[in-house]
Structure formats: structure tokens, C-alpha cells
Design a binder for this molecule. Structure first.
Ligand code: LMR
Length: 336
């Protein structure tokens, strides 16, 4: 009798007009910076757009501030499928063996974001993203942060002021060469450890755009910040290839559209975010912000000029030449 009742209940359920919803596809999106940065905000915008465009069939869980994984670990986690999406800085792809991305670290190579977008949003950018497929990764987009500045606990007006400083860098041979060209000692370190290392004096200084500096409270542990804008910091948004290829085609296309819109959003806010952060650093009264005069800037350009020559074999001279050519033929530049 009990069996009959159970079968009857099952039959009723199967006739019910309320069908069980398939569980949503979850995208775990891990990153290492604060939510109130260009990358943090773009990740949240992507979540909103992706969930809306797929009518809730996709859920994006954003984990900021190295909550889930630190720099190198998040790359491994992506390849293993422990997260589906990350947006590491372009300087952090070296462990994958795709050396070309380090070209973005070459100091003073990109005069401004307009020139930069000719590369990231053009055929060269597409070619670079395609290089990731053989690593089990699909490159979806380039996101902007902005231009980096040097900081330390002493004034950094001239390149010689860097002499002997232990400077934290991201894991890039170009950044290593950059610091050595300035007479500093490069120390590779994960982003999530930089504040503590500065506080403890394990490193003396660092480089980052104002947005990263300010949201990590580095104004508490660095007395001087030189708005050098000497190099670019941007991101590549990447997904696990198997996850991406297995998605239903309509979902993949909705996510591609959401990513394009989030990319435009990141580009539209990055300048203002960094300008506001620079104002906030000044207003903190803890860190002196120095703006380079034209002559001072030229001295930094000259001191760092050998880096591009030195790194030609690492990055590939053809890629550098292609980028320089594209920049030369681009319209107008506003110098930083
Ligand atoms: C850093 O490690 O310095 C930054 O690139 C972190 C980030 O993702 O912006």
C-alpha cells in the first residue's frame, strides 16, 4: 500500500506543471585587488551583466582581495578547473610560458591609453589572446587599470634616487630588468603580501597605479609617491578552456557580449578611478605626491631606454617592432 502511494505521488509530480529548474552554471571569478578598483568594479559589472543576460542561468561569484587564491595559485586553480575565471595582470602570465605578454611591462613604450587600446583591442591583442588556447585557457578580453608610479620612503625625483632600494615587482623579467637599470634590487612578491612587506621593511618600495596603492592603504607605509606613469598595468580576463567550450552556445554568446560591455566599462572608469585615488593619497597627508617636471621625466625615460633593447630576445623583437609601428601610425597622443 505504501509503495502504491509513493508511486502515485511520483506520477502526480511528473504531471505537475512546475518543472524543476536546472541548477545554474556557476562562474567562480577570483582576483587579488580590492572591489573599489577598476578591476574590482569591472568584475562586479560583468557579474551583473552576465546574470541579467542569461536570465539567471549563470551565477557569477566574485572573490576579490586574494580571498580565494593569490597570484600564481589562481593561475594554477584556473588550469585545474578550481575556478572558472580570473583576470591576472599582464605581468603574471610568464609561468604559462607566453613571454609575449611581458611586452606590456616595457617602460615608456605606450604613450597613453589610446595608443595602448590600438594594441589590446586590435589584431595584435587578438593574436596574443589566441596564444593562450594551447595552455588550456581562453583569453576573453583586456581590461585596463592604468599607468604605474614608483613609491618608497624617500623622495624619488631622479632615477639615481632608486639606487640600492629593494623594490617589489610582479613576476616579469622586464620588470626585473627595469629595476636593475635603475640600480634597485627587484624582489618578486605576491600582491597580497606587499603591504605587510612594506610595513616590515622587507622591501623599501613598489610600483602600482594609484588605485591599487590607495585601496591597499600603502599611504600608511610609504612616505613618497612619484607620479612617474612609467609603465602600464592592465589585465587579461581568462577562462578555463574546457569549461568555456562545454557551455551551451547561447550562454557562451551572452557571456561574450557581457564581457565586451564590462571591458568598455573598465576602460571608461580607469582614468577617473586613478585620478580620484591620487587625490585621496594626497589628501591622506601621509604620502608626498611628486609630479615630475619635463626634464625630470626625460631623465627617467633615458635611464630606462636600454630595457627595451635588453629585453628584445625575451619578448621577441618582431612583436616590439609591430607595436612601435602601430603606435607610430596611431592618431594623437596625450603624454603622461
Ligand atoms: C600587482 O600585483 O602589483 C597588481 O598587478 C595587482 C593587480 O592585479 O592589479
Amino acid at each position: 500500500m505504501k509503495l502504491f502511494a509513493a508511486l502515485f505521488a511520483c506520477a502526480l509530480l511528473s504531471l505537475s506543471p512546475v518543472q524543476a529548474q536546472p541548477s545554474p552554471i556557476v562562474i567562480r571569478f577570483s582576483h587579488v585587488v580590492a572591489p573599489a578598483t577598476p578591476k574590482g568594479k569591472a568584475a562586479l559589472r560583468f557579474k551583473e551583466l552576465a546574470e541579467r543576460a542569461t536570465g539567471g542561468r549563470v551565477r557569477v561569484q566574485v572573490y576579490p582581495n586574494s580571498e580565494l587564491y593569490q597570484d600564481r595559485d589562481e593561475l594554477e586553480a584556473l588550469q585545474l578547473g578550481a575556478v572558472e575565471m580570473i583576470a591576472p595582470s599582464l605581468s603574471k602570465l610568464t609561468p604559462l610560458g607566453v613571454r609575449e605578454f611581458e611586452v606590456f611591462d616595457v617602460p615608456f613604450l605606450f604613450p597613453d591609453e589610446t595608443a595602448l587600446h590600438k594594441i589590446t583591442q586590435g589584431p595584435i591583442g587578438k593574436r596574443l589572446l589566441d596564444r593562450l588556447r594551447s595552455k588550456g585557457i581562453v583569453g576573453l578580453a583586456f581590461w585596463d587599470n592604468g599607468f604605474k608610479s614608483f613609491s618608497a620612503n624617500r623622495p624619488l625625483y631622479r632615477p639615481e634616487d632608486m639606487s640600492g632600494l629593494r623594490m617589489r615587482i610582479q613576476p616579469s623579467r622586464v620588470l626585473d630588468a627595469q629595476m636593475r637599470a635603475l640600480g634597485a634590487q627587484p624582489i618578486t612578491m605576491r600582491f597580497g603580501e606587499v603591504y605587510a612587506a612594506l610595513e616590515a621593511g622587507v622591501v623599501d618600495g613598489t610600483e602600482n597605479p594609484p588605485s591599487n596603492f590607495y585601496t591597499q592603504n600603502m599611504q600608511d607605509v610609504q612616505t613618497h609617491f612619484t607620479a612617474s606613469n612609467h609603465g602600464y598595468l592592465g589585465y587579461v580576463v581568462i577562462v578555463n578552456k574546457k569549461f568555456w567550450d562545454d557551455l551551451p552556445a547561447d550562454i557562451r554568446s551572452a557571456l561574450e557580449d557581457a564581457m565586451q560591455e564590462a571591458t568598455r566599462y573598465a576602460a571608461s572608469i580607469s582614468d577617473a578611478e586613478n585620478a580620484a585615488a591620487l587625490d585621496a593619497i594626497r589628501a591622506s597627508g601621509k604620502t608626498e605626491v611628486h609630479t615630475l617636471t619635463a626634464a625630470e621625466r626625460q631623465a627617467w625615460v633615458d635611464a630606462l631606454a636600454p630595457v627595451v633593447q635588453e629585453m628584445k630576445d625575451v619578448i621577441g623583437s618582431q612583436l616590439i617592432a609591430d607595436i612601435q609601428q602601430t603606435i607610430r601610425t596611431s592618431d594623437q597622443h596625450v603624454s603622461h
